[in-house]
Design a protein around this ligand. Structure first.
Ligand SMILES: [Zn+2]
Length: 54
């Protein structure tokens, strides 16, 4: 899954405003480690949809 780098520069974690990084089918926050799903190439930045990473 690829996300336009220009989009990655704009979006931040809705929970902590941290930077987001792409991993497989999700975007994860490098600060609080919540992982947000990517559906049809669109990141779903909803805390309710996020999965906490260990
Ligand atoms: Zn975060």
């Amino acid at each position: 899954m690829t996300i336009d780098p220009r989009i990655l520069e704009i979006i931040v974690c809705p929970q902590c405003r941290g930077e987001l990084a792409v991993e497989a089918e999700s975007l994860y926050c490098t600060k609080c480690l919540l992982a947000y799903p990517i559906r049809n190439g669109i990141p779903v930045l909803l805390i309710d949809a996020a999965i906490k990473r260990g």
